[in-house]
Design a protein around this ligand. Structure first.
Ligand code: MCA
Ligand code: AMP
Length: 482
């Protein structure tokens, strides 16, 4: 296929800024040189893992792997031992790419390591990879069991980014600012590979802050990407930060995704800045499906229309297609198109279950369509999937981790509405010894060390027994009233 990043081999783009992380940055010529050196080193090695800190090194590693035609697995550097152990065993990388001097924990430390030199010098190899070849494998939670590795082909990356360029009039003149993590699709594919495919640039904040957003938008950045929690924090900060309001008012595009942006936050930002945040809807397995277009109406509570090339339908429980565009008839969103993943790694059962016999991917998201075709997401099929801070988290993996604590006899986990996080993780625990229940911080730390800090319960409630039905199944709805 043609190059994913034409600007890397375009001499006229060489002096343009490509990446900036804090004080450190690379032009296109420097990025081509550093990625070329690393690509030469890893060519033909099979799959590689990338220790995905929010840094220049991660961006260079991703570009190098893609240039070498080597699929890569971004790892959350805050993942705990259990989660890392699973991902490494499942994806079997032959080596790990990491920043020089970065300490790698137990399970990753056993891998051969290649340091990423952002000042390396080498020529980019000819891009010999095919459209259907895997570009990256991103781990994503399900309702039960450990996360599954979604294999994302190169054509999905290219088509989703080009479809967004069409919807957003996204060009090489755009400068994106964000503070998203680089081990998920949002921050990595949209937030780093997106600007590079356009020949534009990205300024990463290292970590999200309203100050950082105000500074970068005030100094020439044109677009902001964030999860709703970030926009909520912006909405909260606006009354006291006039610079932030001014900076947002001057931006070309403010985009929210990964979870629903509450209408209240949308309206507060619009009132303070005169700018409407636009939403796009995607998923690790599908990359981007819909978006509000820049030339369309940014209607709060909607995720816009299907992107070019994406087929979208709503389907009822019995499999019949919802034809009505009445803003009321609810169905599951199913999608088809070149933006889709190929498979879950090593999980043919899960891959087969995710598609209908005629090749539509079942998203599990429930929605209605408005008369003009806009999609409005109204909920999710599985109550055991939690979206907290824009992260998808399976209740089952947290329950399993809690049950490994000696002080826990039974555990159940669910999400509850939270103004900041969208949903917060709540754990109901039956202690092994009612006289000495493990503390909430102890249990949060236990989950954070095994899985990841964002998977830790924010609230722990103690019960003598979990409510169960006649079949012995935990009744989660009853828990919320317990
Ligand atoms: C707190 N911390 C702990 C513990 N408690 N660490 C270890 N053990 C503990 N018990 C640490 C955390 O690691 C973190 O460190 C800091 O304390 C604050 O933690 P927390 O409160 O969890 O973070 P937050 O400030 O509330 O985070 C909000 C956030 C974050 C920044 C919005 O949720 C976030 O980055 N979300 C983005 C999710 C995302 O990108 N999703 C995309 C997937 P430190 O601060 O140092 O980290 S969805 C997707 O890709 C699809 C395709 C789509 O549609 O986009
Ligand atoms: P993930 O599996 O982490 O990639 O998250 C994908 C899920 O995030 C989708 O299935 C939706 O439930 C949710 N999501 C992404 N973008 C939006 C949005 N703009 N509005 C509502 N939900 C969203």
């Amino acid at each position: 296929m043609s190059s994913l990043f034409p600007a890397l081999s375009d001499p006229s783009a060489g002096r343009r800024p490509a990446l900036r992380f804090g004080e450190r940055g690379l032009t296109y010529a420097q990025l081509a040189s550093a990625a070329g050196a690393l690509a030469g080193r890893i060519r033909g090695v099979g799959r590689v893992a990338v220790w995905a800190t929010p840094s220049l090194e991660t961006a260079v590693a991703a570009v190098a792997a893609l240039s070498a035609g080597v699929p890569f697995v971004p790892l959350n550097p805050k993942s705990g031992e259990r989660e890392l152990g699973h991902i490494l065993a499942d994806s079997a990388p032959s080596l790990v790419l990491a920043g020089p001097g970065v300490e790698l924990p137990g399970p990753v430390g056993g891998l051969e390591r290649v340091d990423v030199d952002v000042h390396g010098s080498g020529a980019l190899p000819e891009d010999g990879a095919g459209d259907e070849d895997p570009a990256l494998v991103v781990y994503t939670s399900g309702t039960t069991g450990p996360p599954k590795g979604a294999v994302i082909p190169r054509r999905a990356v290219a088509t989703t980014l080009d479809a967004l360029a069409d919807a957003w009039q996204w060009t090489g003149d755009d400068v994106l600012v964000h503070g998203l993590p680089l081990f998920h699709v949002h921050g990595l594919v949209l937030g780093v590979l997106g600007p590079l495919r356009r020949g534009g640039s990205v300024r990463h904040l290292g970590r999200f802050s309203t100050d950082g957003v105000a500074r970068e938008l005030g100094e020439g950045a044109t677009m902001l990407f964030g999860v709703p929690t970030m926009y909520h924090r912006i909405a909260e900060a606006l009354p006291a930060e006039p610079e932030l309001a001014k900076a947002l008012a001057g931006a070309r595009l403010l985009v929210s995704g990964s979870a629903a942006l509450p209408v209240h936050d949308h309206e507060r930002i619009a009132a303070a800045t005169g700018r409407r945040v636009i939403e796009r809807y995607g998923m690790t397995e599908t990359l981007m499906n819909t978006s509000v277009r820049v030339d369309g109406e940014a209607r709060a509570g909607t995720v816009g229309v299907p992107l070019p090339g994406v087929e979208l339908r709503l389907v009822e429980e019995d499999g019949s297609v919802v034809a009505a565009r009445d803003g009321e008839s609810v169905g599951e969103i199913q999608v088809r198109g070149p933006n889709l993943f190929t498979e879950y790694l090593n999980r043919p059962d899960a891959t087969a279950a995710a598609f209908t016999p005629d090749g539509w991917f079942r998203t599990g998201d429930m929605a209605v369509r408005e008369p003009d075709g806009y999609v409005r997401i109204v909920g999710r099929k599985a109550t055991d999937l939690i979206k907290s801070g824009g992260y998808k988290i399976g209740a089952g993996e947290i329950e399993n981790a809690l049950l490994e604590h000696p002080g826990v006899r039974e555990a159940a986990v669910a999400g509850e509405p939270d103004d900041d996080l969208g949903e917060r993780i709540v754990a109901w625990v039956v202690p092994a010894d009612p006289a000495a229940p493990p503390g909430a911080d102890e249990l949060a730390g236990h989950v954070a060390r095994r899985l990841a800090p964002h998977k830790r319960p924010r609230v722990v409630r103690y019960l003598d027994a979990l409510p169960r039905n006649d079949m012995g199944k935990i009744m989660k709805r009853a828990l919320r009233d317990a």
